[in-house]
Ligand binder design. Sequence first.
Ligand SMILES: [Zn+2]
Length: 136
Amino acid sequence: MDYKFTYDNKEYILTQNNCDGIFFADESEVNGLSVDMVLNALNEGEEVSFSNEYYADKCSCDAQEQINKSYRYLEYHYYIYTKDNEYIINTISNEYKNTSFNKLFGLGKIDDSYIVSVTVCPSCGNYSINVEQCTV
Ligand SMILES: [Zn+2]
């Protein structure tokens, strides 16, 4: 599964091959989340749009221009819900349209939430997936 999008007239293609990996912040841990599942989610999402984010870390391609001590990336984020650290559902899936965090939480189907950020280098097109626990 690939995911394609266009930004500033440049086409980006996210695949298994140009992904730097899935990184978990702090003590976060989600089992059952793969690169393929993230690419799938992006394809299924109807309002996916990447926007500029700035980080102090430079991509390994070394091609980004430095702007105020930081480097520009293209980023999109969405949320996933888990139960016992296992991935259950994401908020941009068709499956999620007829439910909500409160509903699923009330039914005991989920017990935690995470933000998934897909961060793309605008120069080389490589990207990373960052997962961080967050409260809904
Ligand atoms: Zn790069």
